[in-house]
Design a protein around this ligand. Sequence first.
Ligand SMILES: Cc1ncc(COP(=O)(O)O)c(C=O)c1O
Ligand SMILES: Nc1c(O)cccc1C(=O)C[C@H](N)C(=O)O
Length: 420
Amino acid sequence: MPDEFPRYLCKEWDAADPLAGLRDRFVIADEDLIYLDGNSLGRLPAATPGHLDRLVRDGWGEQLIRGWPTWIEWARRIGDRLAGHALGARPGEVAVSDSTSVNLYKLAAAALDAAGDRRTILVDAEDFPTDRYVLQGLAEARGLTLRMLPSDVDRGLDLATLRTALDDDVALVVLSAVSYRCGALLDMAEVNAAARQVGATVLWDLSHAVGAVPVELAATGTDLAVGCTYKYLNGGPGAPAFLYVRQELQSRLRQPIQGWFGQRDQFLMGPRYDPVPDLDRFQVGTPPILAMATLDPALDVLAEAGIDRVREKGRRLGELIVALADAWLTPYGFTVASPRDPARRGGHVSLHHPEALRISRALAEQGRVVGDYRAPDRLRLGPAPLYTRYVDVWDAMDRLRDIVERGSWRRMPGEASRVT
Ligand SMILES: Cc1ncc(COP(=O)(O)O)c(C=O)c1O
Ligand SMILES: Nc1c(O)cccc1C(=O)C[C@H](N)C(=O)O
């Protein structure tokens, strides 16, 4: 990338971008607002309101209970779509259900039950809080050891650290394929192989990977995974999560929440829990059909784009952020707090600055750029390739440069708020 970055270059890249036309498939309510938070909550696909309206009126309104024979298949049907378009998994291996936290609990507990007398759980010490909290609870309840693997906040977990920690007492390893904070992308095949050598199971959190990078669950030999659908998959706030269980393991794993949606002959209402031998045993109760329905129009856009093209554009958007940060922001105390090698980074880039909280507030209020502040001192930028233009990244970085040049962030409050 050249030393100087004229804006027109980004305009040229946008003109040649094979995904450029897909921006119109999203609601852009405010053209002046630059949204770089697609890795926290994706934008609204333009087809979603109509789709939901039809479901509410024709489905719920007219069909009433007669809709259930169709809806009851959706956890699996939409799971299969997700498996095919974004996860490299086989039909029957992915279901949409519950939240990521709940799915993580279900699959972690199932894996621990199957792990015999192994007593150690490994987790990245810098992993997303819910993952660490769920595992803390499981470890305490079962008298197991939870080992927090030291990890570089800016570079992610070093595989050598994991390898050193792996031994024949390890039951379960929980890792994020893309770190929520710095965006480090792990080599899933390598991790799976290393864990398999000592007989440990790996449970992946794919929340920041799915829809941003091609995830190949079958090809990487993955056993278990969970993830969100409201980030790069654009399912909307609180859209249900997904879970993946490799087909060969499904009948052997027992999930801890014995709900009737996992039950064989569910509507016979039998006296005792007797789970089906397939993926459905990992379902619990009535799925949130309205919230799940958003995934159909959202996946239509992703399918049209193709995950490889999304990844390629995401890689270039990330490189642009890094290059502009180096060129424009270094003099003002910023450093890149993500892996520099694009092959080792997912879809977002973090920047370190001691005043990141006040700067991110100024960026939103004065610059009209929505990114994320992540405690204690990171500004996280997640340019979702389906609707973010190269010129958006250029403009966002330009507005950020202006704010730090003028020092106008000093007017912003520095205390934390409830949601940041
Ligand atoms: C890695 C990761 N896991 C889990 C979650 C959230 O899980 P839940 O949808 O259960 O709140 C997030 C984001 O909120 C996340 O970034
Ligand atoms: N799930 C969220 C929420 O309910 C409120 C605010 C933010 C979120 C997020 O998704 C945060 C996101 N997972 C992160 O990586 O920071």
